[in-house]
Design a protein around this ligand. Structure first.
Ligand code: FO1
Length: 311
């Protein structure tokens, strides 16, 4: 069975890991958001790619979900003592990733070549692809502070500014990275991980050709909203500020033009009728992934669901 998953952020990385543990290596491709990427100290930082890769490699910080486990902070502490910026927390091991990625990019490697090399070095056997090799930057439009680069909104301003919209800078010229369109075409099922629909999945779907290819597939999405709340991050707050009640149903509505199945939490069974009215088949599950066992269990249930809805 060939699965192509779309992911960004900690929830997306956790389900990607569950899928990787439930499938053989050649059965899974994970296409990752790069709209969160930014430049910091002259380094090219790719938070979503790193979160997915560190998680798949079993190297992610279990407390935050991002960054490396067993991390030290000597470099950032010393930068801070020198009066440099320390609002974005880069640990020492993580910094090595950014230094080496930036060196390779400057030497002419593409982002997907760098990702491939890093996955090999970290022992990741599934296929991880950035959505594009060209830069795309998510710009968050806010009421008080105008347009903010994503990490400026998310980390420096703690997601506090009121959101009025988003744009994806560079999206007009971004092409799908090599292998992305083929991975979608060859997939038996496309799974949209429980990632923020506005800032993790929308940038991927906005790259030329990706949405059109996905519309031809059997697509199952997993809600990142449980009981009206985001498991992590500002998704629920964003829905609210955009004038939409935060709910699993609101997530399904974002994808309803191409969704065949939708996985929602046991807390959200009141949303089932609306979802069915759109012709989408619901699966109710315990979608909170606290442990590695939870990731595996949810992935297995979703794979069985994919198979069942396609009979
Ligand atoms: N998230 C934070 O809330 N604060 C941080 O200081 C922070 C540092 C960081 C460093 C490396 C990395 O790969 C991710 C990091 N993140 C941090 C997470 C990141 O901002 C978000 O997970 C994503 O961009 C949202 O999908």
């Amino acid at each position: 069975m060939k699965i192509t998953a779309l992911a960004g952020g900690v929830g997306g990385a956790k389900l990607a890991d569950g899928l990787a543990r439930s499938l053989s290596a050649d059965e899974l491709t994970v296409i990752v958001n790069i709209g969160d990427d930014f430049d910091y100290f002259g380094f090219h930082i790719c938070p979503d790619l790193d979160t997915v890769c560190y998680t798949l490699a079993g190297m992610a910080n279990p407390d935050t979900g991002w960054g490396r486990a067993h991390e030290s902070w000597v470099v950032l502490d010393n930068i801070s003592k020198l009066g440099g910026p320390a609002w974005f927390h880069l640990g020492d091991q993580d910094i090595a990733t950014h230094i080496e990625r930036t060196r390779r990019l400057k030497a002419g490697e593409s982002l997907s070549q760098v990702v491939k090399a890093f996955c090999k070095a970290w022992g990741i056997r599934v296929n991880v692809l950035p959505m594009s090799d060209q830069d795309v930057r998510t710009i968050v439009q806010t009421k008080g502070l105008g347009e903010l680069e994503f990490q400026d909104y998310f980390v420096r301003n703690l997601c506090e500014p009121e959101v009025t919209g988003f744009r994806f800078q560079g999206i007009e010229t971004a092409m799908p990275a090599p292998g992305v369109i083929d991975a979608i075409r060859q997939a038996d099922y496309v799974i949209i991980c429980p990632s923020n629909p506005w800032v993790s999945i929308a940038p991927i779907l906005s790259v030329a050709g990706i949405r059109q290819e996905i519309r031809k597939k059997v697509v199952v999405a997993v809600s990142p909203i449980i009981g009206g709340q985001a498991v992590k991050g500002p998704a629920a707050k964003m829905f609210h500020e955009l004038g939409i009640e935060a709910s699993a149903m609101a997530v399904a509505s974002q994808y309803k033009d191409f969704l065949k199945g939708f996985v929602l939490d046991t807390l959200d069974t009141s949303n089932i009728d609306a979802i069915k009215q759109w012709g989408i088949i619901p699966l109710v599950s315990d979608t909170l992934m606290k442990t590695i066992e939870d990731r595996k269990r949810l992935a297995t249930e979703i794979l069985s669901f994919c198979y069942a809805i396609n009979q």
